[in-house]
Design a protein around this ligand. Structure first.
Ligand code: FE2
Ligand code: FE2
Length: 260
């Protein structure tokens, strides 16, 4: 089985680049399943039901989220209908059990889950280690072959520490949230890992935000609204290979496509 995972989809530029490239990418990489982090899909913060359905129609099979899960209030109205949406277990506003999804494909049963880091993450109500232990306890009766974790966290050390502690259980740990792809993808003691998969969003931007506005806000200390950059998008993600017979993770490959 081959899984394509896309990093944080940010605003319209991110949605557009996914829309224009995903079909071909799925063919080129022969991907069986597509999972994407879409916590920034609706103008940089959160997701709407309409965008959720659009992303599903584009060919994404499951969506993970992050600290911005509840940034668009309408999610509360529709969350029960978004049955392929996985939200962080340790998000303080979580009201449903959508923190995991048991996925069965080609004889493999894996549990997709989403965990927030604790550093610079006020939305988290517990640290990622406590949170994942709780997920393991609550889902062990499902007997998945392994866990696929979208670890939505700010710091590199926190993500690596998580991997080292949980690599027996979680055979895939992919980082999201920083929007900057790292070049450390590897299989570490049988677990596919990358500190951050990067983003699908405007290439000329400050992690998706408009550059000029970021300067006015960050340096000149002006009050601004949060404006997402509107230029051409880059697409970032990873492809993960799993041996169907052995149920073992055998490869992780980085994808980064910049505008021409
Ligand atoms: Fe993000
Ligand atoms: Fe985030």
């Amino acid at each position: 089985m081959r899984i394509l995972f896309l990093g944080d989809i940010v605003g319209k530029s991110g949605r557009d680049v996914v829309s224009s490239l995903l079909y071909v990418l799925k063919q080129d990489y022969q991907a069986d399943l597509v999972i994407a982090n879409a916590e920034n899909a609706a103008h940089g913060k959160g997701i709407t039901y309409k965008i959720y359905k659009q992303l599903m129609n584009e060919g994404i099979d499951y969506i993970t989220m992050g600290n911005h899960t509840f940034s668009k209030a309408e999610i509360y109205e529709h969350i029960e209908d978004m049955d392929r949406l996985v939200i962080p277990y340790n998000h303080s506003k979580r009201t449903t059990d959508n923190y995991y999804k048991l996925i069965t494909y080609k004889g493999i049963r894996f549990c997709l889950t989403n965990i927030l880091g604790s550093v610079l993450m006020p939305e988290a109500d517990s640290d990622p280690y406590t949170a994942f232990k709780a997920v393991l306890e609550r889902t062990e009766q499902l007997r998945p072959d392994f866990y696929f974790v979208d670890l939505h966290a700010e710091t590199t050390a926190e993500k690596r520490l998580f991997l080292e502690y949980f690599k027996e259980k979680a055979k895939v740990v992919v980082g999201t949230h920083t929007h900057v792809q790292t070049a450390d993808e590897a299989i570490i003691d049988g677990c596919a890992f990358i500190t951050d998969t990067g983003m699908c969003g405007a290439y000329e931007s400050i992690i998706g935000r408009e550059i000029e506005e970021s300067i006015r806000s960050g340096i000149k200390k002006e009050k601004t609204i949060y404006t997402i950059a509107s230029g051409e998008g880059m697409l970032c993600g990873v492809v993960i290979d799993i041996d169907d017979k052995e149920k073992a993770v055998t490869g992780i490959q980085r994808i980064q496509i910049r505008p021409e």
